[in-house]
Ligand binder design. Sequence first.
Ligand SMILES: [Zn+2]
Length: 137
Amino acid sequence: MSENSKPGSDDPQNAEEQELCSKCLAPNQPGSHFCCKCGAPLSSYAATGPFESLFAEGHLYRRATEQPRNLVVVLGVWVIFGTIALAGAAIAVISWSMSNLLGVFLGIASFALGAFLLAKTTRNYRNRPLHKDGDNN
Ligand SMILES: [Zn+2]
């Protein structure tokens, strides 16, 4: 917190030392595990460290829900969060029959979360920009 170095500064000496993010090309401090701009994992440690792998996975889900580029990603999100939503609905119904109010709330919350992420991903996919950024290779 004491250091106040700007990650986007274009000091040429500094730029040589910086690592570029593979996703957004933002310069990062050497040895960083995550991109300071978009949060993409930069090192193999990011995928293997106990907490770091959680962040890496979170980044994957965030990218999948916010910028779905192809249908396979959307289908994957449907499988993952559709399962969560269905399980939540099932938990809510079963808990209701057992008059377990906490279970009903948890089930409804899981269902709402899954349904929300499905709707968001599907909407973002339908509204995705149609120009591709990788078509000049
Ligand atoms: Zn980045």
